[in-house]
Design a protein around this ligand. Sequence first.
Ligand code: SF4
Ligand SMILES: [Zn+2]
Length: 373
Amino acid sequence: MNIRYAIKNGELVYIEDVENGLACECICVSCGDSLIARNNGLVKEHHFAHKSGSECVSGYETMLHHMAKEVLAKEKRFLLPDLYIAGEFNYNKFLVEVGEIIDIKDVWLETKQGAIIPDLVIEYGNDKRMFIEIKVTHAVEPEKMKIITRMGVDTIEVSIDRMEIPTISRIKDILISEKENKEWLYSERAVETIDKLRMCSEEKAVISRGFALHIDNCPIDCRVWEKQSYANFTDDCLYCRFNVLGDYREGTVMCLGKSKVEGVIELEEIDEVEKENNIISSIKFKDGIIVKFEKSNYVVSTLKDIWIQNGCKPFLAKNTNPEIAVFITKDPEIQLNKYKKCYGNVYRNGHNIGSREIFGANKRQWELIPKKI
Ligand code: SF4
Ligand SMILES: [Zn+2]
């Protein structure tokens, strides 16, 4: 056991600063058991052992929480990590904020905050609160993460590897001088930035043409075919500087090509964005300048248009999004009975975005119109 700190008279004490054996009068930071100080030997690392012989599984982690609290309470500073927004698959990282030192007013250890107990809570700035989670082996559980998100409290995870000899000076370096071992688990600033990025982007349909996945009307004219600009989803969009959200819902890309937002500087210059049918028609900048865009030649068909174009033949289904139409070529009831699933060709904004599961395991509510043809 590498427990080298314990509690004596309510204070955190180091193994080398106490008497040997039970005379140390120390208790375990985690379970409160009496401890024996083993600090006489010349061979083994000096450490505390539980008098009861208990293994005390959370002893090491709790000790690190105490040590981190001790450092923060004494130093009154904490270095934030850089804040990025990064999509799951795209190759861009959008830098929102460079992490800086914050001055801490107060720090609490394992205190109840609503329904959760964060490892540490710090107070800084104008009555601002932040949670710090120390990760040794276990990351924060999804349930706890949900509550933190609901509470909207900025939270940072600090990873501390299991050290042979955990020392206060190493913990101090991690907390005050290093950024590498930290990660934002929740940031109000990131949430606001994502909202604004969505406002400044156009949701563009990914269209399957044979084996290729295309986006029509690429604002930066990545590729041109018969005077029509387009982009290749895998070769262009995934690497594009105007694709920062990596938000690919229902076969679409959130494209910032029209608003030309590549970083927070451009994003902050934008005041309002007007859209028609999800296509940006004008952008108002903070300095009062308004840029208007010509109507694009993008066709937004209604459900009925597409159905009529298809000779009213296949079964037609719609969902809550009016831009989406689905054609099911085989009788959906027969498909469902046979395969417990039913597939259809999905059209978005008049473009075929490929075959998707419509009924079955998919929870989305689709409505057949009409019920039978
Ligand atoms: S993400 Fe980039 S490449 Fe893709 S359509 Fe937008 S501007 Fe073009
Ligand atoms: Zn213990």
